[in-house]
Design a protein around this ligand. Structure first.
Ligand code: SAM
Ligand code: DTB
Ligand code: SF4
Length: 335
């Protein structure tokens, strides 16, 4: 019988604690991460919850609200994305949103209880004048007393530096999937370009928000490969969004086989164990999950959600419903 004690959990545990120290540490091996995925569900969740409780209040969740500041018409061909100009998804391309509208949306998000405001643009990479415009947005949203996050595509070192000077707290740039599977999903850029932007963001002193998507037809080994890459970033990201694919008609992945819900929970748990001090965000796809499944994700160590009726172009549970769910679970909102 396979039990938790026959899996190399002791070595995984010490590896997990080493990862949170500033001292350079041994890398996670794909086989270790695959072994976590293979654990009996109860053992995996127990280990994830144990790790979670070492670093966080288990009854607290952080709320981030998303706003699409520049929607659609993106030159990249990410197979999951409704905003790519390569696919006919009915998403209209728009120009960059005016500053006053962004600030009004941030104020509304704050009034609803969000502490972080995440602004997303459907760009391959921003132009110099875009960086100027979005820097004003960062300054004004920060002045409201909210944390700021942006996701604008690839950044060079100078662009990352300019955003840091504007006061940007987090930059979201996902690895999305394992390097071996990446080329099946996106052809207009490669995995190394993602790593380069993350490195530029780090060098500028901005916190990294980096995660991926589950449910794109990848194997368990690919899911383990994604988590291995994330956990081996030096240091691992402060924030790790785990998205379930939102299957948008018109995208190449619209007919992907839905992933087993327990496999999604396992992915959250493995992210928690391998990146013990990161905020793990239960991200896109919550509207397609029932409340019991979301609660299991919190047990597995998720401690952040996207909050508000919209993600970027697709819908998210109503804020009121989320508040009711958190109240039923006795979960407080992080202030
Ligand atoms: N253009 C920028 C980029 O790709 O980095 C920023 C915006 S992009 C929409 C941000 C992230 O949203 C993607 O990396 C992907 O992880 C996620 N995403 C996009 N479409 C999705 C979908 N249909 N389901 C789940 N996640 C999705
Ligand atoms: C992330 O990992 N998920 C968010 C955020 N970072 C930018 C985006 C989800 C987008 C879902 C599809 C849409 O609404 O267009
Ligand atoms: Fe463009 Fe980002 Fe969508 Fe890819 S995920 S098509 S880069 S908006």
């Amino acid at each position: 019988m396979t039990t938790i004690s026959t899996i190399p959990m002791t070595s995984l545990r010490s590896q997990a604690s080493r990862r949170s120290s500033p001292v350079p540490s041994a890398a996670w091996h794909l086989s270790d991460v695959e072994a976590l995925f293979e654990l009996p569900f109860m053992d995996l969740l127990f280990e994830a919850q144990r790790t979670h409780r070492q670093h966080f209040n288990p009854n607290e969740v952080q709320l981030s609200t998303l706003l699409s500041i520049k929607t659609g018409g993106c030159p990249e061909d990410c197979g999951y994305c409704p905003q790519s100009a390569h696919f006919d998804t009915g998403v209209e391309a728009s120009k960059l949103m005016p500053l006053v509208e962004v600030v009004a949306a941030a104020k509304a998000a704050k009034a609803q209880g969000a502490t972080r405001f995440c602004m997303g643009a459907a760009w391959r990479s921003p132009k110099a004048r875009d960086i100027e415009s979005v820097s004003r947005m960062v300054e004004e949203v920060k002045a409201l007393g909210m944390e700021t996050c942006m996701t604008l595509g690839m950044l060079d070192e100078g662009q990352a530096q300019a955003l840091e000077e504007a006061g940007l707290d987090y930059y979201n740039h996902n690895l999305d999937t394992a390097p071996e599977f990446y080329g099946k999903i996106i052809s207009t850029r490669d995995f190394q370009e993602r790593l380069d932007t993350i490195s530029n963001v780090r060098k500028a002193g901005i916190k990294v928000c980096c995660g991926g998507i589950v449910g794109m037809g990848e194997s368990r080994s690919h899911r383990a490969g994604l988590i291995t890459e994330l956990a081996n970033l030096e240091p691992y990201p402060e924030s790790v969004p785990i998205n379930q694919l939102v299957r948008v008609p018109g995208t190449p992945l619209a007919d992907s086989e839905p992933v087993d819900p327990f496999e999604f929970v396992r992915t959250v748990a493995v992210a928690r164990i391998t990146m013990p001090t990161a905020m793990v965000r239960l991200s896109a796809g919550r509207e397609q999950m029932d409340e019991a499944l979301q609660a299991l994700c919190f047990v597995a160590g998720a401690n952040s959600i996207f909050y508000g009726d919209r993600l970027l172009t697709t819908s998210n549970p109503q804020a009121e419903r989320d508040r009711a769910l958190l109240a039923r679970l006795g979960i407080q909102v992080q202030s």
